[in-house]
Design a protein around this ligand. Structure first.
Ligand SMILES: [Zn+2]
Length: 544
């Protein structure tokens, strides 16, 4: 039992904007009153619901490969020495599992969605998610390049395709469905890509990326999944890709979708020399279509490592930069590429990217529909979120930062013309209430009675980045996990899993395909529920 008194409450889910109220907690949730227990005096402090990251990469084969490919980073990074309350670990561009939990919780984030899980390696992902302390988790299974599914879509067998997707979600113990460069990663196995929605896909006769997107969005809707299709569009990172992105949003025909890391999909121009920000066009379309949510995929200058299932893009990035390159092929399902990267203010393309992420956050008018993200670790590491919050809350600070980027960029971006400054209420929306709603996690992102008691309490100060980096208290399920900059407790988190219904007969269809095509036997493929940490299983019924 615990009571938080006197704090200024920012709870967008209940429309509470800075009112002084008390919060009462019992049994890990908010309740209307408690007798006894600890009282935290939060007088004069700012109280937010715990942060929710709608799109991050913290567990599994790809991030693990990235950790291995950045040994030079390990030497210069924050080290967590084993102590009474914590295990050892490393921070840096791709933090290790334990450190990931400490660093997220240390700045007040208590729930994360691992955005890209190949079903074939989902067991590894869940083992690492289990390692990450404090946080609650969910994950999205990669489906838009799964060859069994693509074959069914090409054959027009929609009902069976829907059963396959539902079966795969449960096999991977996932929460949602992710599409990455639909068709393009499958084509990459032959060294090809698919950049436009009408492109043919190597190995298929009539199937196009547009068909995959439409059918997957329909399947997700008909299965009644709480989180809409999580969509990484085709043509990521390329000059002029705004037209692919807008065409993708049109293909959805009003269906729900979450457009991942929109910054990487909002470029104009014809080539690298003429590349410019096209966030005005992106925001204009997005603002007019309430079926969509997105996350920023913002970029900050500095070192990081890029990791994505978008194998062909990573090969291009390697060609452009000459940095190290790793490529993984996940049989029949997806792939992944890793390239360490440094965003530089003197580099015109990087300067456009930096501005574009901020522009989207400022030009998209409804903060409920755009979440703060860096597509960790792609645009920057998640522990740099407070720097972005400062950029959003202070137009003066943005102007100061713009003096440091190459002046050539100024006629290619919109940022200098934007005066909007985020309020604390809007920050609470893009960091917690909005992403929780986008994920369909109804017990998250809220300080209302009945919601999970994940709370972050900041001491108000002028230095916004410092304030958001160092909360005074962080509570997870009502337990104080961070206090005065120290980790006080490292409880285990939970994992949210969806169990869609499907025709059990689908296994008789899948099994022979596994015998033919996979190195893993059918029986060993689904992740056992016992492997998942404190699984919270949500059923969902098929809609007509
Ligand atoms: Zn991502």
């Amino acid at each position: 039992m615990l009571r938080i008194t006197g704090g200024k409450i920012f709870d967008p889910a209940s429309g509470i904007n800075g009112e002084v109220r008390d919060l009462c907690i019992d049994g890990g949730r908010f309740v209307s009153s408690v007798e006894g227990g600890r009282t935290i005096d939060a007088t004069g402090m700012i109280v937010f619901p715990g942060g929710v990251d709608v799109h991050t990469h913290v567990a599994g084969g790809a991030i693990n490969f990235a950790r291995a490919m950045t040994p030079e980073d390990h030497r210069r990074t924050t080290a967590f020495i084993r102590g009474q309350s914590r295990r050892s670990g490393l921070g840096g561009v791709a933090p290790t599992t334990f450190a990931t939990g400490y660093l997220y919780a240390g700045m007040g984030w208590t729930t994360v969605n691992e955005a890209a899980v190949p079903a074939l390696s989902a067991r590894h992902t869940h083992e690492e998610l289990k390692d990450i302390p404090i946080l609650d988790k969910s994950s999205c299974v990669l489906m838009a390049n799964n060859e069994i599914l693509l074959d069914l879509l090409e054959a027009g067998e929609f009902a069976r395709a829907k059963d396959v997707v539902a079966w795969q979600i449960w096999a991977a113990k996932a929460w949602g469905v992710k599409a990455v460069n639909p068709g393009g990663v499958a084509a990459w196995k032959w060294g090809k890509d698919t950049k436009q929605l009408t492109d043919s896909i190597e190995g298929y006769k009539t199937l196009t990326p547009g068909t995959i997107i439409r059918e997957l969005a329909r399947i997700v809707d008909e299965l009644g999944l709480p989180h809409p299709l999580h969509l990484h569009c085709n043509n990521l990172g390329a000059p002029g890709n705004i037209w692919t992105t807008i065409e993708t949003m049109k293909q959805l025909e009003g269906r729900r979708a979450h457009i991942a890391h929109m910054q990487y999909h909002a470029y104009g121009g014809d080539d690298w020399d003429t590349m410019r920000s096209a966030t005005v066009e992106a925001a204009e379309y997005f603002n007019a279509h309430p079926n969509l949510t997105t996350d920023a995929g913002a970029v900050l200058f500095g070192d990081t490592v890029t990791i994505t299932a978008d194998g062909p893009w990573q090969h291009l990035l390697y060609k452009l930069t000459g940095r190290k390159w790793g490529n993984l092929d996940v049989e029949n399902e997806t792939g992944c590429g890793i390239v360490p990267y440094t965003y530089r203010p003197s580099n015109l393309v990087n300067a456009v990217q930096w501005a574009a992420g901020l522009e989207l956050l400022l030009l998209i008018t409804d903060p409920w529909r755009i979440s703060l993200s860096t597509d960790h670790p792609n645009g920057a590491c998640f522990w740099r979120y407070p720097e972005i919050i400062q950029l959003l809350m202070s137009a003066d600070f943005r102007r100061e930062c713009m003096k440091k980027v190459t002046p050539k960029v100024l006629d290619r971006i919109t940022l200098p013309e934007i005066d909007r400054e985020y309020t604390l209420y809007e920050i609470a929306t893009i960091t917690s209430a909005g992403p929780a709603r986008a994920l369909g996690l109804t017990q998250k992102g809220s300080l209302a009675v009945g919601a999970d008691a994940d709370v972050v309490i900041y001491e108000e100060e002028q230095d916004i980045a410092r304030m958001f980096s160092h909360p005074r208290y962080v509570l997870k399920a009502g337990e104080v996990v961070i206090e005065d900059g120290d980790i006080r407790a490292t409880p285990e988190g939970r994992e949210f899993i969806i169990k869609p219904s499907f025709d059990p007969g689908i296994e008789a269809f899948l099994k022979p395909l596994f015998e033919d095509c996979y190195t893993m036997s059918f029986e060993n493929y689904p992740v056992e529920i016992e492997r998942v940490e404190n699984a919270e299983i949500h059923p969902c019924g098929q809609q007509a």
